[in-house]
Ligand binder design. Structure first.
Ligand code: FEO
Length: 390
C-alpha cells in the first residue's frame, strides 16, 4: 500500500473501502474511499484522515513517503467520523501535530468525538503557510454538516473540498483523467442526491465563494479528483443546487397482489402519452437511495401503496421518510393505491407527500381489489387531462 502522487509534493494517502455497501442508509454498491492528502513542505501537512478501522492503511501509505511522526499539521475539513476517525492514531505517532478545523462547530464536534486535542479554529479567509505553499480556509456550513469547510492550496490551486464533489466509488485510480468518467458522474449525482441535496441554498453559496478562486483541481474526500472534467462537475453542481427539474416522472410503489402495480403502469402510460418520461420503481426491488438519485431532478413523483392493516405498507413509509428528509425541490405528485376494505393508504401517502414540498396533480387515486381495464384506462385519461390542464 503506497501513496499516490497527485502532483510534486502532494500525495493521496487515504484508504479504499471495497466492501462498503451501506453508508448510514445509503446503498453504496461501488464501495467508497476515504481520501486523505499529504503535503510535503516545510510543514508536513495531512489534510483529512480516514474512517476508524482504516488507520493502518493510511499510515502505511504515509510511511511510503515520510515517517508519519514527522507530520506537523493536520487539517480537519469535516468532523464526520469517516474523515476524522484517523486523527487519534496520527496524534499518537505525531503528538506535536497541530489540528486545524472550523472555528466553533469544528472544534465542538471534534472535541465531542475525540476529546480535547488542542484544536485550532479557523475562520473564512484565514491562511496558513506550509512553507512554499499556503492554505486558505473557506467554511461551507451545512454542506452538509455545520462544521464543513474547504481548504484551497496555492500555488497548485488545489481545492480540498471534503464531501463536496465526492462519490462513493472505490477505485485505484485517483484522477478523472484515468477513471471511468461515466461511473464517476453517476456516483457523484447519487452522492449529491443522498447527502448534499437538502442544502442546495448553502451549496449555491459555497459555489459562489469558490468561483472567486482559480481552482485547477478539486480533491474531494470520497472517490476521484476532478481536473480535466472540473467544468462538467461544477456545471452539474450548479444545476443540482438550483433544484433544476426535468420532464421526468418517478413512479414509486409497493404492491401485494399486483393491483397497485397495475395502477402504477396506468399512471406511467399517462405521463408517456404527454411526452414525459416515466420510470417505475417497485420498492420490493429498488433501494431508496437509488430512487432518490433518479428522482432528484424529476418534475413529477407518484407514490403508491396498497392498504395493509389500515396503513400504507412499511416499505412505502420508509421511502417517504427518506424522501422527506432529502428532497430539495417542489414536485407535482400523485398518491395512489389499491385496497380490499378500509382504503386508508392513498390519503396517508398524499398527506406525507404534502410534507415533502409536493403539490397534488390529482386527488388521491384508489381502487378496490382488482382494477378493471376500464378503471385503468380512466386513470391514464385522468393523468393526461391533469397534465394538459397544467
Ligand atoms: Fe464523508 Fe460528511 O462525511
Amino acid at each position: 500500500m503506497k501513496a499516490t502522487k497527485i502532483c510534486e509534493g502532494v500525495y493521496w494517502v487515504g484508504a479504499i473501502d471495497w466492501d462498503l455497501r451501506n453508508f448510514h442508509g445509503y446503498e453504496t454498491e461501488k464501495g467508497s474511499t476515504y481520501n486523505a492528502y499529504l503535503v510535503l513542505d516545510e510543514k508536513i501537512t495531512l489534510i483529512d484522515t480516514v474512517k476508524a478501522g482504516f488507520e493502518k492503511e493510511m499510515l502505511t501509505r504515509i510511511a511510503s513517503v515520510i515517517d508519519p511522526a514527522k507530520i506537523d499539521l493536520i487539517i480537519s475539513n469535516h468532523a464526520e467520523p469517516d474523515h476524522s476517525g484517523g486523527i487519534p492514531a496520527v496524534k499518537k505517532l505525531a503528538p506535536g501535530a497541530a489540528v486545524y478545523c472550523a472555528a466553533g462547530a469544528g472544534v465542538k464536534d471534534l472535541t465531542a468525538y475525540y476529546g480535547d486535542l488542542g484544536y485550532i479554529g479557523v475562520k473564512a479567509g484565514d491562511t496558513l503557510s506550509l512553507g512554499k505553499r499556503t492554505l486558505t480556509f473557506l467554511p461551507t456550513p451545512m454542506v452538509h454538516w455545520p462544521d464543513n469547510m474547504v481548504s484551497f492550496m496555492t500555488p497548485e490551486n488545489i481545492l480540498f473540498s471534503n464531501d463536496a464533489f465526492g462519490q462513493h466509488y472505490a477505485t485505484f485510480e485517483r484522477m478523472d483523467t484515468e477513471s471511468d468518467l461515466s461511473e464517476a458522474l453517476v456516483q457523484a449525482r447519487k452522492y449529491y442526491a443522498n447527502i448534499v441535496q437538502p442544502y442546495g441554498m448553502q451549496t449555491a453559496k459555497a459555489l459562489a465563494a469558490c468561483a472567486q478562486l482559480p481552482i485547477q483541481t478539486v480533491c474531494p474526500s470520497h472517490g476521484i479528483a476532478w481536473t480535466k472534467h472540473l467544468p462538467e462537475i461544477l456545471a452539474l453542481y450548479h444545476k443540482w443546487a438550483a433544484g433544476e427539474q426535468e420532464d421526468f416522472a418517478a413512479i414509486v410503489y409497493d404492491t401485494m397482489w399486483h393491483s397497485t402495480e397495475q395502477m402504477a403502469h396506468a399512471i406511467a402510460d399517462g405521463f408517456s402519452a404527454c411526452g414525459i418520461r416515466p420510470r417505475l420503481y417497485n420498492l420490493h426491488y429498488c433501494f431508496n437511495s437509488d430512487i432518490i438519485s433518479d428522482a432528484m431532478t424529476a418534475k413529477y413523483i407518484a407514490v403508491g401503496s396498497p392498504t395493509l392493516n389500515n396503513n400504507m405498507m412499511p416499505s412505502v413509509a420508509s421511502f417517504l421518510t427518506y424522501f422527506r428528509g432529502l428532497t430539495g425541490n417542489k414536485k407535482k405528485s400523485i398518491a395512489f393505491g389499491s385496497y380490499g376494505w378500509g382504503g386508508q393508504s392513498p390519503d396517508q401517502v398524499q398527506e406525507q407527500l404534502a410534507g415533502c414540498k409536493c403539490e397534488p396533480l390529482l386527488p388521491a387515486v384508489r381502487l378496490q381489489y382488482k382494477p378493471s381495464q376500464e378503471q385503468l384506462a380512466k386513470i391514464t385519461e385522468d393523468v393526461i387531462a391533469a397534465l394538459k390542464g397544467e
